[in-house]
Design a protein around this ligand. Sequence first.
Ligand SMILES: COC(=O)c1ccc(CCNc2nc3cc4nc(N)[nH]c(=O)c4cc3[nH]2)cc1
Length: 373
Amino acid sequence: MTTHFTFKLLASDGKARRGEITMPRGTVRTPAFMPVGTAGTVKAMYLDQVRDLGADIILGNVYHLMLRPGAERVARLGGLHEFARWPHPILTDSGGFQVMSLAALRKLDETGVTFKSHIDGSQHRLTPERSIEIQDRLDSDIQMQLDECIRLPAERAEIERAMELSLRWAERSARAFGDQPGKAMFGIVQGGDVIDLRIRSAERLSAMDLKGYSIGGLAVGEPQHVMLKTLDETLPVMPSHKPRYLMGVGTPDDLLQSVARGVDMFDCVMPTRAGRHGLAYSRFGKINLRNARHAEDPRPLDEASACPASRDYSRAYLHHLTRADEALGGMLLTWNNLAYYQWLMAGMRDAIEAGRFADFKAETEAGWARGDI
Ligand SMILES: COC(=O)c1ccc(CCNc2nc3cc4nc(N)[nH]c(=O)c4cc3[nH]2)cc1
């Protein structure tokens, strides 16, 4: 039982790292994938199932929870862990990204951002201080600074303006967070695809001596090679003894390529959202169950899987459920996808410990290339 937030590097293999983050609510084995629990639930899953798949931590969103049911209401009901019955660590995103991608009529200035709810049009305001206050009310274990994430491609001047604002907001977020030994606030490196701005952001954040660092401003429409090049240039100037979290990423291939470059933590709606739309991720690559070729295929998605959704149901049944838009279709495919993502992360953790990450990466890529056997 620990009272402090600590990160330990257990092994490395090339640039890939195996570590663990310990905090009062539990230990996060890294590299880690965080299932997205936007509104206090991982859609189409029971949180006990999410835990049983090996997830040590889930993500929640300030933007969604402040609009509905409201942070003060969650606090009155004992905080997000009690509310959702998830006693393990929770990381919350600060709202910056969701305001820019979801809210209507937003107005951003030096002190914060004002916006209208996409749910009922009500007016709201987020500042670095208010976002941290909301994350405190949610009793979040790992909190994110408020930042401004812009889409790519963008002009250098615009990228620089948003990066500098995010640095000033990092200072204010850290001041508002204060000194909470068992929790952490992560800074978020911005700078788009402009290497000197990325380096400036990473160096200025490193000087703030925060407990962890996110790489933001990616997975915003840029090609994978631009994301990977930005990682190659940014990771070396980020503190190596602190967790590195790549926000919003990604596909199984994104995870493999990014762990190879030294990323420790990930979150993405891909496995859950794609599952609700009939898409299965597997050792053999992607399988779109809407496709008619599965209509009479008696095989399961992966008979070698430990997950019942992957092992016990025919592709024909999954195809039927998907075409009929039956709720069970999204439930089973979400279960399969999160099982595959956690299996992949566990495989990478074990491979780094065994010093065979390169082999594991090659075997995994060969499995995807072999396709849907
Ligand atoms: C089926 O799959 C999908 O629909 C789907 C949708 C969006 C993404 C990409 C999400 N990308 C992304 N999330 C992000 C969240 C972020 N949060 C903060 N505070 N700052 C950032 O700088 C930031 C960047 C992100 N980039 C990935 C998958």
